[in-house]
Design a protein around this ligand. Structure first.
Ligand code: RNT
Ligand code: ZN
Length: 415
């Protein structure tokens, strides 16, 4: 225990915070690690471009090109970020035998057996996402398509993914969050908004209609405001998403890049938790648009964490990160975002929420304001360093040396 931590411990005790308890709780926060930061959302099942109105920018060398490379990179990141993680996979990361190809509508659990082995060996649960983009049948609408053949193909894909999600839950012994996001939308003003949305409902009902164990698979639906080339109308809008999840008893997923720029997901968490037993989040950083920049320790990230902790319902919030930056070292990008989110959770856990709520309820807004601001200069960084040292990961800038070494010995060889 360092002197700095001892001092911090005392300082926080002065406002009723037990840092020892916080250190344990922080390590228990299960953050779902998005596999797609490692390879620019390419996956292994198709050769084509990333589509769906999302975009990875940058061409930093060292992208993972194979399952083995991606797994090695994930391991590297896990060695740099202490605490619990789940592995978040997309269907396009299916692993086939040499020469084998299975289209998305025919995927089976066996195509993910290697991932299960990987996750189990590391004590991780798995979350999952059907992939409704980067595919020849996804160059127009998918689950909302008027072309019955296309729509049925994607319904079969969704159903196949529900079965795979069940398999993940059975194998790992941990529930699997299965998130549905479709890129469907229109570049220009559509003639018919109702038709695609009605078909999307029909498709979702057909996917859920195959039946699954709700204690094992949490199906979530992620809404969105717009995508590149889909600026005028998004079929799965916020209202669509909210209406669907609440009427069908599935889980809403909010990605903080998927709203108008002054709308804050931090403000939406409490409302959604009052209506839904569980919610899910994609924590990202939109810069002017849904750009999926690496999560910084910025005000909104901290406010999201604060709302999760202050709600007293951490266990009802499935937390995943969702960004993809190819302009800097991908291992560092992954790790910085993961560590930043955990730092935000630490800061939230080091906040005397009950006292602050009382001040608010008593209308003592001046004192509340002052105490909120003074808390910002409390020594949370010393608690963070202690957290890292107890979990055996490096703190400060020290872990950068590991990134450099990995780049020299592994990433730079990928040419
Ligand atoms: C896209 C959504 C979606 C994807 C991932 C890859 O706007 O945020 O969650 O980023 O599924
Ligand atoms: Zn997302």
């Amino acid at each position: 225990m360092t002197k700095a931590y001892e001092f911090a411990k005392e300082k926080y005790a002065g406002i009723g915070i037990d840092t020892e308890k916080v250190l344990k709780e922080l390590a228990d926060v299960n953050v779902s690690m998005h596999c797609w930061q490692g390879d620019d959302v390419k996956g292994f099942d198709t050769e084509g471009e990333l589509t769906g109105g999302i975009q990875t920018t940058g061409n930093y060398p060292g992208r993972a090109r194979t399952p083995d490379e991606l797994m090695a990179d994930i391991d590297k990141v896990l060695s740099l970020d202490g605490g619990k993680h789940k592995l978040n996979l997309h269907a396009c990361y299916a692993i086939f035998e040499k020469g084998e190809f299975v289209d998305r509508d025919a995927l089976e659990p066996k195509h993910f057996a290697k991932w299960v082995e990987f996750a189990k060996a590391r004590g991780m649960g798995i979350d999952f996402n059907p992939t409704f983009f980067s595919h020849p049948k996804a160059d127009g609408l998918t689950l909302s398509s008027a072309d019955e053949e296309i729509r049925a193909f994607w319904v079969r894909h969704g159903q196949a993914c529900v079965r795979i999600a069940e398999y993940f839950a059975d194998e790992t012994g941990m529930p699997c969050v299965m998130n549905i996001w479709i890129p469907d939308g229109f570049k220009d003003i559509p003639a018919d908004r109702m038709g695609p949305r009605a078909r999307f409902i029909k498709s979702l009902d057909e996917i859920l209609g195959i039946g699954y164990d709700k204690s094992k698979v949490y199906v979530t639906l992620e809404s969105k405001v717009f995508g590149i080339g889909l600026e005028s109308c998004t079929v799965g809008s916020a209202e669509f998403g909210m209406g669907y999840v609440l009427s069908r008893g599935i889980v809403p997923l909010m990605d903080n890049g998927h709203y108008h720029p002054t709308e804050m997901v931090s403000d939406k968490i409490s409302s959604m938790l009052l209506f839904a037993p569980k919610i899910a989040l994609h924590v990202t950083r939109p810069v002017r648009w849904d750009s999926d920049h690496v999560v910084r320790l910025d005000d909104e990230t901290k406010e999201i964490a604060k709302e999760i902790v202050a709600s007293g319902r951490i266990d009802d919030v499935a937390i995943a990160l969702d960004y993809f930056d190819a302009s800097i070292n991908r291992i560092a990008a992954w790790t910085i975002g993961l560590r930043n989110f955990r730092k935000a959770m630490l800061i939230a856990m080091l906040t005397p929420h009950a006292d602050f709520k009382k001040l608010q309820d008593e209308g003592k807004y001046t004192e509340l304001f002052l105490r909120q601001e003074e808390l910002k200069s409390y020594p949370w960084g010393d608690v963070w360093d202690e957290y890292c040292s107890r979990l055996g990961v490096k703190s400060g800038n020290d872990w950068y040396a590991d990134v450099v070494e990995y780049e020299e010995t592994v990433l730079s060889k990928r040419i």
